[in-house]
Ligand binder design. Structure first.
Ligand SMILES: *Cc1c(COP(=O)(O)O)cnc(C)c1O
Length: 236
């Protein structure tokens, strides 16, 4: 379907939700176990608003400034904000308390900064650890080989709560090419869960985008991050 015209957002959203549910059923997983996070970078608030009215409940933003200006416009809307982009340490202070979940914690240093700047007293900041499963030199994220070793230091940070893992696999036109990477992420989460560390749960696997989310759901995704299939191609 053409998803780039203003009137198409609701229809494309419903199409994506139906595909998520079909993949979930096909995988034999229970209802409600896969949540949609709409990736809204470069999407103006007016179009996000249409999606919210059509039933979207979580938006994921990639840039701090862009997110904050959209939050101001959409402040009365019943939507939850996630942060899915690369986060610079010097921006951490300005975002504390704004995001229900940060998907993209990609280093111990960033985790430490989040812990240091957390609003106290208050609920800990929920985060996911981003893993560079493809081992790409240009991509952010923990190296899969090093993550288990880093877990005790991460678990020792009292003001963040690690809820699971996130990945962006190498770009490919072929959805099946992502499957081994998604599987790798799931196995890594199982290994981390086996460490039984405090404040660490591995309930969430944030994986799957427009071109490969059905494969991700088959491999255990609990959150899929989808932009293009809802809002059309980005004209950055
Ligand atoms: C843009 C983006 C997505 C969504 O990508 P699409 O291919 O448009 O669905 C998912 N995750 C992250 C981190 C992104 O930056």
């Amino acid at each position: 379907m053409e998803c780039s015209t203003p009137g198409s957002v609701a229809q494309c959203l419903n199409d994506v939700l139906a595909r998520i549910d079909a993949a979930r059923r096909k995988a034999g997983r229970p209802p409600g176990c896969v949540r949609l996070v709409a990736a809204t970078k470069n999407v103006p608030p007016s179009r996000i608003e249409v999606a919210i009215e059509a039933g979207l409940s979580i938006v994921g933003e990639n840039r701090v400034q862009e997110a904050m200006s959209k939050m101001a416009v959409l402040k009365d809307r019943p939507v939850r904000w996630h942060y899915i982009g690369q986060l610079q340490r010097r921006k951490v202070r300005s975002i504390m308390g704004l995001f229900e979940l940060i998907h993209s914690v990609d280093s111990v240093e960033l985790a430490e900064e989040l812990d240091r700047r957390a609003i106290q007293p208050g609920a800990p900041q929920d985060v996911l650890l981003e893993v560079n499963v493809g081992g790409e030199a240009t991509k952010a994220g923990f190296e899969p080989e090093g993550l288990l070793g880093a877990m005790p230091a991460l678990a020792a940070l009292p003001h963040i709560r690690i809820r699971g893992l996130m990945t962006v696999p190498p770009l490919s036109a072929e959805p099946e090419a992502s499957r081994p990477h998604f599987r790798h992420l799931r196995r890594l989460a199982q290994a981390i869960a086996g460490l039984n560390l405090p404040r660490v749960s591995m309930q969430e696997l944030s994986m799957g985008m427009s071109n490969d989310f059905e494969v991700a759901i088959e491999e255990g995704a609990t959150m899929v991050r989808i932009g293009t299939a809802i809002f059309g191609a980005r004209h950055a």
